[in-house]
Design a protein around this ligand. Structure first.
Ligand SMILES: C[S@@+](CC[C@H](N)C(=O)[O-])C[C@H]1O[C@@H](n2cnc3c(N)ncnc32)[C@H](O)[C@@H]1O
Length: 250
Protein backbone atom coordinates (compact mmCIF):
# COMPACT_ATOMS: atom_id res chain seq x y z
CA UNK A 1 0.00 0.00 0.00
CA UNK A 2 1.39 3.48 -0.84
CA UNK A 3 2.13 5.84 2.06
CA UNK A 4 -0.65 8.17 0.88
CA UNK A 5 -3.18 5.33 1.06
CA UNK A 6 -1.89 4.34 4.49
CA UNK A 7 -2.38 7.88 5.75
CA UNK A 8 -5.89 8.04 4.27
CA UNK A 9 -6.80 4.69 5.81
CA UNK A 10 -5.43 5.67 9.22
CA UNK A 11 -7.57 8.82 9.05
CA UNK A 12 -10.63 6.69 8.23
CA UNK A 13 -9.97 4.49 11.24
CA UNK A 14 -9.46 7.53 13.46
CA UNK A 15 -12.82 8.86 12.30
CA UNK A 16 -14.44 5.49 12.95
CA UNK A 17 -12.95 5.49 16.44
CA UNK A 18 -13.74 9.10 17.21
CA UNK A 19 -15.05 8.15 20.61
CA UNK A 20 -12.59 5.35 21.27
CA UNK A 21 -9.57 5.02 23.47
CA UNK A 22 -6.36 5.75 21.50
CA UNK A 23 -4.88 2.30 22.25
CA UNK A 24 -7.83 0.78 20.37
CA UNK A 25 -7.10 3.04 17.39
CA UNK A 26 -3.52 1.77 17.29
CA UNK A 27 -4.72 -1.81 17.63
CA UNK A 28 -7.15 -1.30 14.73
CA UNK A 29 -4.56 0.25 12.44
CA UNK A 30 -2.28 -2.78 12.78
CA UNK A 31 -4.46 -5.74 13.77
CA UNK A 32 -7.72 -5.64 11.82
CA UNK A 33 -7.29 -9.33 11.04
CA UNK A 34 -7.61 -10.28 14.73
CA UNK A 35 -10.82 -11.42 16.42
CA UNK A 36 -9.77 -9.82 19.74
CA UNK A 37 -9.37 -6.39 18.10
CA UNK A 38 -12.90 -6.47 16.71
CA UNK A 39 -14.42 -7.90 19.89
CA UNK A 40 -12.96 -4.93 21.73
CA UNK A 41 -14.07 -2.48 19.02
CA UNK A 42 -17.71 -3.63 19.04
CA UNK A 43 -17.84 -3.91 22.84
CA UNK A 44 -16.50 -0.36 23.29
CA UNK A 45 -18.80 0.97 20.57
CA UNK A 46 -21.84 -0.44 22.35
CA UNK A 47 -21.29 0.49 25.96
CA UNK A 48 -24.56 2.40 26.08
CA UNK A 49 -27.87 0.57 26.18
CA UNK A 50 -29.11 1.93 22.82
CA UNK A 51 -27.79 -0.14 19.91
CA UNK A 52 -26.60 1.65 16.77
CA UNK A 53 -25.43 -0.05 13.58
CA UNK A 54 -21.82 0.72 12.73
CA UNK A 55 -21.13 1.17 9.00
CA UNK A 56 -17.69 0.91 7.44
CA UNK A 57 -17.44 3.23 4.37
CA UNK A 58 -21.22 3.67 3.86
CA UNK A 59 -24.62 2.04 4.39
CA UNK A 60 -26.97 0.00 2.20
CA UNK A 61 -28.58 3.05 0.58
CA UNK A 62 -25.32 3.82 -1.25
CA UNK A 63 -25.23 0.38 -2.90
CA UNK A 64 -28.84 -0.78 -3.11
CA UNK A 65 -28.85 0.17 -6.85
CA UNK A 66 -26.02 -2.35 -7.36
CA UNK A 67 -27.12 -5.19 -5.09
CA UNK A 68 -30.84 -5.48 -5.89
CA UNK A 69 -30.40 -5.73 -9.70
CA UNK A 70 -27.77 -8.41 -9.08
CA UNK A 71 -30.30 -10.44 -7.14
CA UNK A 72 -32.81 -9.94 -9.92
CA UNK A 73 -30.46 -11.42 -12.53
CA UNK A 74 -29.86 -14.44 -10.29
CA UNK A 75 -33.40 -15.09 -9.19
CA UNK A 76 -35.22 -17.98 -10.80
CA UNK A 77 -38.69 -19.13 -9.76
CA UNK A 78 -39.25 -19.22 -6.04
CA UNK A 79 -35.86 -20.70 -5.15
CA UNK A 80 -34.15 -19.07 -2.16
CA UNK A 81 -31.05 -17.14 -3.19
CA UNK A 82 -28.23 -17.66 -0.70
CA UNK A 83 -26.53 -14.40 0.21
CA UNK A 84 -23.54 -14.02 2.53
CA UNK A 85 -22.47 -10.75 4.16
CA UNK A 86 -18.88 -11.67 4.89
CA UNK A 87 -17.50 -9.92 7.97
CA UNK A 88 -20.84 -8.28 8.67
CA UNK A 89 -19.86 -6.58 11.93
CA UNK A 90 -22.88 -4.64 13.19
CA UNK A 91 -23.69 -3.25 9.74
CA UNK A 92 -27.31 -3.07 8.57
CA UNK A 93 -26.31 -4.23 5.06
CA UNK A 94 -27.45 -7.88 5.46
CA UNK A 95 -30.70 -7.02 7.29
CA UNK A 96 -31.49 -4.41 4.59
CA UNK A 97 -30.98 -6.95 1.78
CA UNK A 98 -33.32 -9.32 3.68
CA UNK A 99 -35.86 -6.56 4.17
CA UNK A 100 -35.82 -5.00 0.68
CA UNK A 101 -35.28 -7.95 -1.65
CA UNK A 102 -38.48 -8.70 -3.59
CA UNK A 103 -36.94 -12.11 -4.38
CA UNK A 104 -36.74 -14.82 -1.71
CA UNK A 105 -33.30 -14.72 -0.07
CA UNK A 106 -31.57 -16.47 2.75
CA UNK A 107 -29.16 -13.85 4.09
CA UNK A 108 -26.37 -15.08 6.33
CA UNK A 109 -24.46 -12.37 8.18
CA UNK A 110 -21.17 -13.88 9.32
CA UNK A 111 -18.39 -12.45 11.42
CA UNK A 112 -15.37 -13.70 13.33
CA UNK A 113 -16.37 -11.51 16.30
CA UNK A 114 -18.87 -13.21 18.64
CA UNK A 115 -19.48 -9.79 20.21
CA UNK A 116 -20.72 -8.35 16.89
CA UNK A 117 -22.80 -11.44 16.14
CA UNK A 118 -24.42 -11.40 19.57
CA UNK A 119 -25.21 -7.67 19.30
CA UNK A 120 -26.93 -8.21 15.95
CA UNK A 121 -28.87 -11.25 17.17
CA UNK A 122 -30.11 -9.29 20.17
CA UNK A 123 -30.95 -6.25 18.05
CA UNK A 124 -33.04 -8.25 15.58
CA UNK A 125 -34.74 -10.14 18.40
CA UNK A 126 -35.72 -6.81 19.97
CA UNK A 127 -36.75 -5.19 16.69
CA UNK A 128 -38.08 -7.73 14.21
CA UNK A 129 -37.85 -6.87 10.51
CA UNK A 130 -40.67 -7.63 8.08
CA UNK A 131 -39.16 -8.83 4.76
CA UNK A 132 -40.70 -7.84 1.44
CA UNK A 133 -40.71 -11.49 0.44
CA UNK A 134 -42.27 -13.59 3.17
CA UNK A 135 -40.11 -16.62 2.30
CA UNK A 136 -36.90 -14.72 3.01
CA UNK A 137 -34.71 -15.71 5.95
CA UNK A 138 -32.02 -13.95 8.00
CA UNK A 139 -29.37 -15.39 10.30
CA UNK A 140 -26.25 -14.21 12.14
CA UNK A 141 -23.40 -16.62 12.69
CA UNK A 142 -19.91 -16.60 14.10
CA UNK A 143 -17.64 -17.75 11.27
CA UNK A 144 -14.03 -17.28 10.29
CA UNK A 145 -14.23 -16.53 6.58
CA UNK A 146 -10.88 -18.17 5.92
CA UNK A 147 -12.93 -21.34 6.57
CA UNK A 148 -16.13 -20.75 4.63
CA UNK A 149 -16.11 -24.41 3.58
CA UNK A 150 -16.85 -25.37 7.22
CA UNK A 151 -20.31 -23.84 6.78
CA UNK A 152 -21.00 -23.95 3.04
CA UNK A 153 -20.76 -26.70 0.47
CA UNK A 154 -18.96 -26.12 -2.86
CA UNK A 155 -20.97 -24.04 -5.35
CA UNK A 156 -23.77 -23.30 -2.91
CA UNK A 157 -23.81 -19.50 -2.51
CA UNK A 158 -25.33 -17.04 -5.00
CA UNK A 159 -23.97 -13.73 -3.76
CA UNK A 160 -21.22 -12.73 -1.33
CA UNK A 161 -20.99 -9.09 -0.27
CA UNK A 162 -17.82 -7.80 1.31
CA UNK A 163 -17.88 -4.26 2.69
CA UNK A 164 -14.47 -3.59 4.17
CA UNK A 165 -13.54 -7.09 5.33
CA UNK A 166 -10.91 -8.08 2.77
CA UNK A 167 -9.70 -4.45 2.86
CA UNK A 168 -9.25 -4.73 6.62
CA UNK A 169 -7.26 -7.96 6.28
CA UNK A 170 -5.15 -6.58 3.43
CA UNK A 171 -4.22 -3.56 5.51
CA UNK A 172 -3.22 -5.48 8.63
CA UNK A 173 0.33 -6.32 9.55
CA UNK A 174 -0.28 -10.08 9.46
CA UNK A 175 -3.48 -10.29 7.42
CA UNK A 176 -2.23 -10.57 3.83
CA UNK A 177 -2.08 -14.39 3.71
CA UNK A 178 -5.61 -14.55 5.12
CA UNK A 179 -6.97 -12.40 2.27
CA UNK A 180 -5.80 -14.93 -0.31
CA UNK A 181 -7.40 -17.74 1.68
CA UNK A 182 -10.68 -15.83 2.02
CA UNK A 183 -10.80 -15.06 -1.69
CA UNK A 184 -10.10 -18.67 -2.68
CA UNK A 185 -12.80 -19.85 -0.25
CA UNK A 186 -15.28 -17.42 -1.82
CA UNK A 187 -14.51 -18.80 -5.28
CA UNK A 188 -15.10 -22.36 -3.99
CA UNK A 189 -18.45 -21.77 -2.30
CA UNK A 190 -19.91 -19.50 -4.99
CA UNK A 191 -22.14 -21.05 -7.65
CA UNK A 192 -20.95 -20.71 -11.24
CA UNK A 193 -23.63 -18.09 -11.74
CA UNK A 194 -22.74 -16.41 -8.44
CA UNK A 195 -20.61 -13.37 -7.66
CA UNK A 196 -18.57 -11.70 -4.98
CA UNK A 197 -19.30 -7.98 -4.71
CA UNK A 198 -16.46 -6.24 -2.97
CA UNK A 199 -16.84 -2.62 -1.88
CA UNK A 200 -13.55 -0.81 -1.47
CA UNK A 201 -11.78 2.52 -1.77
CA UNK A 202 -8.77 0.91 -3.41
CA UNK A 203 -7.97 2.11 -6.90
CA UNK A 204 -8.75 -0.32 -9.76
CA UNK A 205 -5.12 -0.10 -10.94
CA UNK A 206 -4.10 -2.08 -7.88
CA UNK A 207 -7.20 -4.08 -6.96
CA UNK A 208 -8.15 -5.54 -10.37
CA UNK A 209 -4.76 -7.16 -10.86
CA UNK A 210 -4.75 -8.48 -7.28
CA UNK A 211 -8.20 -10.02 -7.66
CA UNK A 212 -7.44 -11.60 -11.03
CA UNK A 213 -4.24 -13.14 -9.72
CA UNK A 214 -5.43 -14.32 -6.32
CA UNK A 215 -8.85 -15.63 -7.34
CA UNK A 216 -7.35 -18.12 -9.75
CA UNK A 217 -6.11 -21.60 -9.02
CA UNK A 218 -3.87 -22.99 -11.72
CA UNK A 219 -5.78 -25.47 -13.88
CA UNK A 220 -8.86 -25.38 -11.64
CA UNK A 221 -10.32 -21.91 -11.43
CA UNK A 222 -10.04 -18.49 -12.96
CA UNK A 223 -12.28 -15.50 -12.39
CA UNK A 224 -13.96 -12.78 -14.37
CA UNK A 225 -13.34 -9.48 -12.61
CA UNK A 226 -15.12 -6.19 -13.25
CA UNK A 227 -15.42 -2.84 -11.54
CA UNK A 228 -17.90 0.02 -11.31
CA UNK A 229 -17.82 3.23 -9.32
CA UNK A 230 -20.07 3.43 -6.27
CA UNK A 231 -19.48 7.17 -6.11
CA UNK A 232 -17.79 9.92 -4.19
CA UNK A 233 -18.71 10.02 -0.52
CA UNK A 234 -17.22 12.69 1.72
CA UNK A 235 -14.41 13.23 -0.82
CA UNK A 236 -13.45 9.57 -1.20
CA UNK A 237 -14.15 7.57 -4.35
CA UNK A 238 -15.49 4.07 -3.71
CA UNK A 239 -15.67 1.12 -6.09
CA UNK A 240 -17.59 -2.10 -6.41
CA UNK A 241 -15.49 -5.01 -7.68
CA UNK A 242 -17.41 -7.99 -9.09
CA UNK A 243 -15.65 -11.33 -9.08
CA UNK A 244 -17.31 -14.29 -10.79
CA UNK A 245 -15.73 -17.75 -10.59
CA UNK A 246 -14.98 -19.37 -13.88
CA UNK A 247 -14.00 -23.05 -13.51
CA UNK A 248 -11.30 -24.06 -15.98
CA UNK A 249 -12.60 -26.64 -18.46
CA UNK A 250 -10.21 -29.53 -19.22
C1 LIG B 1 -13.85 -3.12 8.41
S1 LIG B 1 -14.99 -4.09 9.33
C2 LIG B 1 -16.41 -4.08 8.25
C3 LIG B 1 -17.67 -4.48 8.98
C4 LIG B 1 -18.94 -4.40 8.13
N1 LIG B 1 -18.85 -5.19 6.92
C5 LIG B 1 -19.32 -2.98 7.79
O1 LIG B 1 -19.51 -2.68 6.61
O2 LIG B 1 -19.43 -2.16 8.71
C6 LIG B 1 -14.30 -5.72 9.06
C7 LIG B 1 -15.09 -6.84 9.70
O3 LIG B 1 -14.49 -8.09 9.34
C8 LIG B 1 -14.54 -8.96 10.45
N2 LIG B 1 -13.50 -9.97 10.26
C9 LIG B 1 -12.16 -9.83 10.32
N3 LIG B 1 -11.55 -10.99 10.04
C10 LIG B 1 -12.53 -11.89 9.77
C11 LIG B 1 -12.54 -13.26 9.41
N4 LIG B 1 -11.42 -13.95 9.26
N5 LIG B 1 -13.73 -13.87 9.22
C12 LIG B 1 -14.89 -13.19 9.38
N6 LIG B 1 -14.95 -11.89 9.72
C13 LIG B 1 -13.77 -11.25 9.91
C14 LIG B 1 -14.34 -8.06 11.66
O4 LIG B 1 -14.79 -8.63 12.86
C15 LIG B 1 -15.12 -6.80 11.23
O5 LIG B 1 -16.45 -6.87 11.68
Amino acid sequence: MTSLLKVMYARRILAACARQHSSLTTELIENMDKKATWDRFYAENNRTSSFKNFEWFFGFDSVRHIILPYLQTMSHNSELLRVLDMGCGTSALGPCIYKDSPFPVKVTCADISPVAVHLMQEHIRAKAIQPQNLSSQLEFIELDCTQLHSHYGCSSVDLIVDKGTIDALLRSKEGKDKTCLVLKQCMKVLRRSGSLLQFSDEDPDARLMWLETEAQEQGVMSANVGVQEVGDLRGILYYCYQVTPHPTVH
